[in-house]
Each structure stands twice: as C-alpha cells, then as structure tokens.
Design a protein around this ligand. Sequence first.
Ligand SMILES: NC(=O)C1=CN([C@@H]2O[C@H](COP(=O)(O)OP(=O)(O)OC[C@H]3O[C@@H](n4cnc5c(N)ncnc54)[C@H](OP(=O)(O)O)[C@@H]3O)[C@@H](O)[C@H]2O)C=CC1
Ligand SMILES: CCCCCCCCCCCCCCCC(=O)OCC(=O)COP(=O)(O)O
Length: 291
Amino acid sequence: MVSAATRKNLLKVRVMDFITSIAILPLLFGCVGIFSLFKLLQYMRMKAYIRNAVVIITGATSGLGRECARVFFAAGAKLVLCGRNREALEELTRELAASRVTEVQTHKPYIVTFDLADPGAIVAATSEILQCFGYVDVLINNAGISYRGAIIDTSTDVDKRVMETNYFGPVALTKALLPSMIKRRHGHIVAISSIQGKISIPFRSAYSASKHATQAFFDCLRAEMEQYEIEVTVISPGYIHTNLSLNAITADGSKYGGEAPVSLLFCEKLLVSHRETFCSYLINLYLFIQI
Ligand SMILES: NC(=O)C1=CN([C@@H]2O[C@H](COP(=O)(O)OP(=O)(O)OC[C@H]3O[C@@H](n4cnc5c(N)ncnc54)[C@H](OP(=O)(O)O)[C@@H]3O)[C@@H](O)[C@H]2O)C=CC1
Ligand SMILES: CCCCCCCCCCCCCCCC(=O)OCC(=O)COP(=O)(O)O
C-alpha cells in the first residue's frame, strides 16, 4: 500500500521529469545559440580591429610571416612588410595586389628592408617604418632563425648570432616603436616565440635560449605596458613546415640546408634534458597532495 506522502513525492518526480524533458532541448539550443553569437561577435570585433590597422610584420618573405601578410592584407590592414630580401617582398606585394579581395578595401603594402642582427640598421628602419603611415597599431615580431648543433661544438659567435636575430633585434625594434605607441596610448605587440620558449630541446641550445629570453622579455613588457593600454602577446607554436629548418645555422655558423628526422638519440636526450623539470613536477604534485 503506497502512502499519500509517497504518492505526492512520486507525482513531484513525474512533474520534474516532464519539465526536464521539455526544457532540455530549448536549453541546449539556447546554449549553442549564445555560444555561436559570442563567436560571431568575437569574429566581427577581430575583423573591425584589423581593418585599416597599421600592421608591421618582420620576416614577411617566407613561412609564417608571408602567411600573416596574406591574411592581414585580405582583412584590410595597412601593411609594412619587413625582411632582408627586397625582391622577395616585392614579389609578395605583387601577389597580394593580384589576389581578389572583394569584401573589404585593401591597401598597398610598404616594404622596409633591414637586418635584425644589425643594431645600427634597426634605428634607421624604425624611422622608415613610422614614415609609412605615421603610426603603428600592431607590431608582429616574427622573423627568426633556427640553429642545430651540440653545445660543445658551437662557437659563442653562433650563439650571439642567433640571439641577435631572435632576441636583441626584436627587442630593439620593439623599444624603438614603443614611444609612438605610448604617445597614442594604443598598440599591440606580438612576439612569435615557440614551444621551445618554454621547453628546451637538446642540440637547439641557442634557439631555445633565444625563445626563453623572448618569452621572459615580452612577459615583463606586458606588465609594464598595461598602464598605457598597450597589449603584448607571446605566441608559442609547435612545428610548422616552413623554411626555418633549411635556413638553420649549425655549430660553425654554416647553413644547415636539410631536414633531419627526429632520431632516437634526440628523444633520449630530450628526456634527460627534462628530467629535472619532470622530477620537480612530481615533487610539487606530491607536496600538493600531502598539503
Ligand atoms: N616553423 C616552425 O616550426 C616554427 C617557427 N617558429 C617561429 O616563427 C617565426 C617564423 O619562422 P618561419 O616562418 O617558420 O621561418 P622562415 O625561415 O620561413 O622565415 C623566417 C623569416 O625571418 C626572416 N629573417 C631571418 N633572419 C633575419 C634577419 N637577420 N633579419 C631580418 N629578417 C630575418 C627571414 O627573412 P629573409 O628573407 O631575410 O631571410 C624570413 O622571412 C620564427 O621566429 C620562428 O622561430 C616558432 C615555432 C615553430
Ligand atoms: C618527461 C619529459 C617531458 C618532455 C616533454 C618534451 C616535449 C617536447 C616537445 C617538443 C616540441 C617542439 C616544438 C618546436 C617548435 C619550434 O620552434 O619549431 C621550430 C624549430 O624547432 C626549428 O626547426 P628545426 O627543425 O631546425 O629544429
């Protein structure tokens, strides 16, 4: 015999079941709708942010830089393309001009050539960059070189060359462009780092070190620039198939010119190089669980 109270509870459960079954679909669609709307607004904001923005891209002759140039050009940005090879940059501007973009008004890019590893050239390049459109909205520090070699065989000159290109060059260019951004209280500085800015890899010491330094410098910059409303972003990609490996320099400074497969020795050394990190993670985890 079911008591009156139990019957009342059963009724309550049925009513709740009914409400849940009819509410679940609208709720689900509602969430998907809100998420899609959020994504659409984000996309529209991004497009508006880029359209007519003055964007400087270093290392625009190849790989990631070249691809960024295509995307930003199509989005209506006012580009200043930088690199060492004027011919390659001119070819890129011809390609961009020939591409059919119907949605937005596009702008003819400027070209500024300079060597990031030459501190003297950066000062002159900065004033040339600023003369193009009078100001800079976004600086993409993309240019870089890779390095392959054993530390024991590598001359300090090679370490310095990688650091000059990947670290000191972008730092000098950023510092040179900062005053104009601070004056306008507006700007966005992007540094293309790497996973190797967070994890060092054997036989890549100079490259990994330059990317760790990049990560550290631009993290500090982000905190210091907050008061001027200048944004700083560090991007840390994994492997992307570009000319980076081909253009890598070796222990004696010569061009690598090949693409070596990942060897077992490499994997073994990688584990050794991260033994300390791995151990400290385990110790931290242990302490965390204990506390
Ligand atoms: N490809 C990958 O797997 C990854 C790449 N990255 C980073 O992405 C960035 C772009 O690399 P990616 O496109 O792959 O490589 P690429 O070799 O294809 O492009 C490198 C660019 O840097 C320029 N550059 C090199 N040295 C100098 C210099 N001294 N002065 C001025 N410009 C220079 C080159 O121009 P020039 O015509 O003058 O040689 C070229 O445009 C680098 O910072 C790299 O470290 C990060 C993670 C992964
Ligand atoms: C317990 C130990 C854990 C260890 C985890 C290690 C994980 C290592 C991931 C390695 C990812 C590497 C991404 C590198 C991104 C990058 O910068 O690529 C470009 C180059 O490295 C340069 O090209 P090259 O072919 O010359 O090396």
